[in-house]
Design a protein around this ligand. Structure first.
Ligand code: ZN
Length: 204
């Protein structure tokens, strides 16, 4: 019994933000669930793991069939090819999409960097973003940095602006940021349609 509990605890410790005590508590919690719930959990987890993949173009997670490597946004021919909007995380993209205020394409950075970071290239997908810009359709004319109006968001925007400047110049892509329709500290994942529309109109 204890061997199995220890094995489960060790696995749970690998979850983000879970320390040894929390892992032990979770292990006890799991083994007390009934059999039906456990079967369902295993099935749902396995299905999600099998079908949810990372879009090779915008880097967001999406549910797709075998062999699909780009999401429904990236393969949508109706979208505005002039615009590429950079967000920190998947939920920011989902929320901007829900506002309906933006019709271009996206790129999910996967995090933020601060001015003090020693190895920023491994914290965000800056190399992937550079590759995306190098391989971009000639129709792309604007890269919009839509990061949260927080210190980290601003430092990340500054870092990206600096890194992509030469490729952007070569390819005549303008780099803009969202207008201050977003008040300081506003997280993009909570933004509503009016604020997003204003922020897009006020971009500079
Ligand atoms: Zn995509």
């Amino acid at each position: 019994m204890d061997d199995q509990l220890t094995a489960l605890t060790e696995l749970l410790r690998e979850l983000p933000g879970i320390g040894p005590r929390a892992a032990r508590r979770l292990a006890y919690w799991f083994v007390r669930r009934d059999r039906t719930w456990i079967d369902r959990f295993v099935r749902v987890l396995s299905d999600a793991h099998r079908t949810v993949r990372t879009c090779t173009s915008c880097m967001r997670m999406f549910p797709g069939r075998e062999g699909m490597d780009r999401c429904s946004i990236c393969t949508n021919e109706q979208r505005d090819k002039h615009l590429l909007l950079v967000v920190e995380k998947d939920v920011d993209l989902e929320n901007i999409e829900r506002t309906g205020a933006y019709k271009g394409f996206y790129f999910v950075l996967g995090g933020t960097v601060s001015a003090l970071d020693k190895d920023p290239d491994h914290k965000i997908r800056i190399n992937e973003l550079e590759a995306r810009l190098k391989g971009a359709d000639h129709e792309l004319t604007e890269l919009i940095l839509a990061l949260s109006a927080t210190t980290e968001g601003e430092e990340t925007a500054f870092f990206i602006g600096d890194r992509v400047r030469s490729i952007a110049d070569q390819r005549r892509i303008t780099v803009t940021t969202l207008g201050r329709g977003l008040s300081t500290g506003t997280e993009l994942e909570y933004v509503d349609t009016d604020t997003m529309t204003n922020a897009l109109q006020g971009r500079k």
